[in-house]
Design a protein around this ligand. Structure first.
Ligand code: ADP
Ligand code: TPW
Ligand code: MG
Length: 578
């Protein structure tokens, strides 16, 4: 990708010198490191860069808003263990992408946000350049690392640093600032080639200390009611076989966190997903694998953990995670693949299964809960309630276990998580650590692009609205994405009223909106489904055809509850008028 130009010399005959520039060096550096997909929005100063990258064989997917491109890059990182690349213009475009970069960092997904930026000389004197902003300073507190490249000869090193920072240790988001002037900087092509860096072993194995393995096994051996909790770090690690062996060899019941569902199948005999409250309360030793004791696990203490004394063993690559909320009696620091393998080796041939009393109590609780739920999932009510609609989707995922399920909303999220069993690793992608709305369409695009598998996005009507314009992107790239909108006319419920005036209540939307018609506007398939049977037919047709489809699933507006399962986190006014 370098141009041959004639160098001008008055003394010698015209000598030919091969040149390259910033544009080409960035492209070459990305390709050299296997970064073959970019999610972004074009504009000054990166429009030509996007064109040239596309011409050079990089897949460049243009979005309608940078936040969605950023979410796409973040989940690409989770799915592939390579940093997902998001490309934006300066100031406003950069800021739009920044939410996703912070999200990637919070969720421990590797991602690089590459933004073009304005003239340093003008920005630093605050003289009012086009899209002026000190982007590096703004990005720094919100990501794992932030770098700026000023000279073409530093592009190779700059990208290498960004890749290593994103994927090594605890993965996260990295910002890479590329000022407009850099793109056009010319240098000798041979020198340029030499300046590129192919990153060797970007995320080196981190072996646990042998003592830490022995300590963990000693604690585990003494357990009467042990539990394994699998988090999305375990899903990310792609140590699926080792984790399965550990669970099965130990005989210990396991509880998957949301995005770890399917790492071992939810229908595995040791899965305690449907007995969650029982195992949290009654366990005596808990082995955390790639899961933090944050709000999603009630910080490892309090009511949901019961009164039984607990001992925690934690496997994590980040040493500072240990003791972050409660005491960890056996910290195991290292990468999950190495740690789990070391535990397996240390367990030897004969490992005592947990007491049958414990495992049968869990199985009983689980079977009771499953049986209680079963009839609700088979209802054919019109308008649909959540369970009737989800019962259908659960069967569809069981029949198509390699499809990727994307899920956001409040009731739509919490109920789908509980109802839809997952059967394979990394097939459930959702709102993650922040419980953020807006990941839907960005995730859908990246999931389809990165895996080539069909995607089913189950979206609350509010949740969908945060990224809804990307249905055009899905149609434009003709991606095998089926979006089901659980349309209950609003946030949580569609029935709220404003007692003080004519404006609608803050949580309701236009009644009986037809989201399916948005899809038709861009040539996709739109369906309005009012019964579980209609929903089933429409989703199956979409999954069979692979055509971009949006199904407006009409849900009873009274069916949901405030904030879904986490209403307890809402602050309440003691003075509220009744
Ligand atoms: P969940 O939300 O599913 O409970 P979290 O995002 O809270 O999961 O936790 C993921 C944890 O996994 C993080 O603490 C992160 O440091 C850790 N992690 C990510 N990748 C690896 C890896 N390859 N090896 C070890 N730990 C990892
Ligand atoms: C970026 C707050 C949490 S859940 C939700 C909002 C606005 C929408 C719930 O309604 P939905 O689902 O999607 O229709 P359902 O089935 O209960 O009706 N802004 C951001 N993130 C969050 N989490 C919010 C706001 C929120
Ligand atoms: Mg809703």
């Amino acid at each position: 990708m370098s141009a041959v130009v004639q160098s001008i010399s008055s003394a010698a005959p015209e000598a030919e010198r091969e040149l390259t520039d910033g544009f080409n060096l960035i492209i070459d550096a990305l390709k050299l490191n296997g970064l073959d997909t970019i999610y972004g929005v074009p504009g000054i100063p990166i429009t030509d860069f996007g064109r040239m990258a596309q011409a050079a064989g990089i897949r460049v997917l243009s979005f309608r808003h940078e936040q969605n491109a950023g979410y796409a890059a973040s989940i690409a990182g989770f799915l592939t263990k390579k940093p997902g690349i998001c490309l934006t213009v300066s100031a406003p475009g950069f800021l739009n992408g920044l939410t996703a970069l912070a999200h990637a960092t919070t969720n421990c997904f590797p991602m690089i946000l590459i933004s073009g930026s304005s003239e340093r000389e003008i920005v630093d004197l605050q003289q009012g350049d086009y899209e002026e902003m000190d982007q590096l300073a703004v990005a720094k507190p919100l990501c794992k690392a932030a770098f700026r490249v000023l000279h073409a000869q530093d592009i190779g090193i700059g990208l290498a640093r960004a890749i290593r920072a994103a994927v090594s240790g605890r993965p996260g988001g990295v910002y890479l600032d590329l000022p407009a002037k850099l793109f056009g900087q010319v240098m000798d092509a041979e020198e340029g080639r030499k300046s590129l860096v192919k990153v060797i072993d970007a995320a080196p194995a981190q072996l646990p200390a042998p003592d830490s393995i022995k300590r963990a096994l000693d604690v585990l051996k003494g357990a009467k009611r042990p539990l394994i909790i699998l988090g999305k770090g375990a899903a990310y690690a792609q140590a699926d076989d080792e984790i399965r062996q550990l669970v099965e060899k130990s005989g210990i019941p396991f509880l998957p966190m949301s995005m770890a569902k399917g790492l071992l199948p939810d229908l595995h005999p040791q899965c305690a997903g449907a007995a969650r409250s029982t195992v949290l309360k009654d366990s005596d030793v808990v082995l955390l694998i790639g899961a933090r004791l944050n709000w999603l696990l009630s910080h490892g203490k309090g009511k949901s953990w019961g009164d039984q004394p607990k001992k925690f063993i934690q496997i994590d690559i980040e040493p500072k995670e240990m003791d972050s909320n409660v005491e960890i009696v056996a910290p195991v620091v290292g990468d999950i693949g190495s740690c789990v393998s070391a535990l397996l080796a240390g367990m030897g041939g004969a490992w005592q299964a947990p007491p049958a009393e414990w495992t049968t109590a869990i199985a009983k609780k689980r079977d009771e809960n499953v049986a209680k739920m079963a009839p609700r999932l088979m209802n054919n009510n019109v308008p649909m309630d959540y369970h009737g609609a989800l019962g259908v989707l659960r069967t569809i995922i069981a029949e198509r276990p390699d499809a990727i399920l994307i899920n956001e909303g409040a009731n739509t999220l919490d109920l789908a998580r509980g109802v839809i069993d997952m059967h394979q690793p990394r097939k459930r992608l959702d709102v993650g650590t922040w419980g953020v709305m807006g990941i839907g369409m960005g995730y859908a695009v990246a999931a389809a692009v990165e895996t080539g598998k069909p995607v089913l996005a189950v979206e609350g009507d509010s949740a969908f609205g945060f990224s809804g314009m990307e249905v055009e992107t899905i149609c434009r790239y003709n991606l095998p994405v089926c979006i089901v909108i659980f349309n209950n006319n609003g946030i949580y419920r569609g029935t709220d009223v404003n007692v003080a005036g004519d404006d609608p209540a803050t949580t309701v939307f236009v009644k009986d909106a037809r989201y399916d018609r948005m899809m038709e506007a861009f040539g996709g398939v739109g369906v309005n489904a009012i019964s579980p049977d209609e929903l089933k037919r429409a989703v199956n047709a979409a999954m069979d055809s692979g055509k971009p489809t949006l199904i407006n699933a009409v849900i009873d507006p009274t069916a949901g509850s405030e904030s879904g399962r986490i209403g307890n986190l809402n602050p309440q006014s003691a003075l509220k008028k009744k």
